[in-house]
Design a protein around this ligand. Structure first.
Ligand SMILES: C[S@@+](CC[C@H](N)C(=O)[O-])C[C@H]1O[C@@H](n2cnc3c(N)ncnc32)[C@H](O)[C@@H]1O
Length: 217
């Protein structure tokens, strides 16, 4: 998935992945992690997700990263926030209301960028990437998160032969294979998404979603 693919999606507002409410599975399972309110939560590939605002409303500082300037500008405009801007080697940082979004490439972030992140929330991020990028994403980006970092990972599971991604199907065995070396992985919940639900993946014969609690050793 080249950056142009995502820039085109945002330019044409082909953003079926965007939800008009915070993710219900985030709201259901976040408290179970026991993440301290004043810690920073990393939200990779954040788009203009309402989850950023929901996490900030829990008292967390929030750090997102997003390729699309359009998405970031829409996020702050939608929330009537006027962000302060600053530059770093990672890109342009937009900051307002306890939410900081880096306009840049997630693969450009390193340990310094993520050193303050005690938690991570991953929805439509790992599964937005094809297998080769998923390998790099976990091996490089998640590797840059500090020890004891906790988080929630939400995936979709469907027969990949039914259609191409994104979103890609990522089954539990892949999650465990990619994360297991450095992260404790616990399945919180798996549920079926009915065909009539907006979260259903068009063209798939059956779709399940799974939520994992992650804890970096
Ligand atoms: C499927 S969307 C999900 C957005 C958000 N997580 C949500 O739940 O609405 C994936 C997002 O990742 C962004 N993206 C893709 N590759 C990226 C990269 N390498 N670095 C930063 N953002 C990226 C895209 O622009 C897009 O907004």
């Amino acid at each position: 998935m080249q950056p142009d693919f995502w820039h085109q999606r945002w330019a044409n507002q082909q953003i079926g992945f965007h939800q008009s409410t915070p993710t219900p599975l985030l709201q259901k399972h976040w408290a179970g992690l026991g993440v301290a309110a004043d810690c920073t939560v990393f939200v990779p590939l954040c788009g203009k997700s309402l989850d950023l605002a929901w996490l900030a409303a829990q008292g967390h500082r929030v750090l997102g990263v997003e390729l699309s300037q359009l998405a970031i500008e829409q996020f702050f405009a939608d929330h009537a926030l006027m962000p302060e801007l600053r530059q770093s080697r990672y890109g342009t940082h937009y900051l307002a209301g306890g939410i900081e979004i880096i306009h840049g490439d997630a693969f450009g972030l390193d340990r310094d960028a993520l050193s303050s992140c005690a938690a991570v929330f991953d929805r439509a991020a790992l599964i937005a990437l094809p297998p080769d990028l998923r390998q790099r994403y976990v091996a490089e980006l998640y590797a840059a998160l500090p020890s004891n970092c906790q988080g929630l990972l939400i995936t979709l599971e469907y027969p990949q032969q039914d259609r191409d991604g994104p979103p890609f199907s990522v089954h539990e065995d892949e999650v465990r294979a990619r994360y297991g070396e450095h992260w404790d992985v616990a399945l919180c919940e798996r549920r079926n998404i009915p065909a009539a639900h907006p979260g259903f993946v068009n063209g798939a014969s059956r779709v399940d979603t799974a939520v994992y609690a992650l804890h970096r050793r």
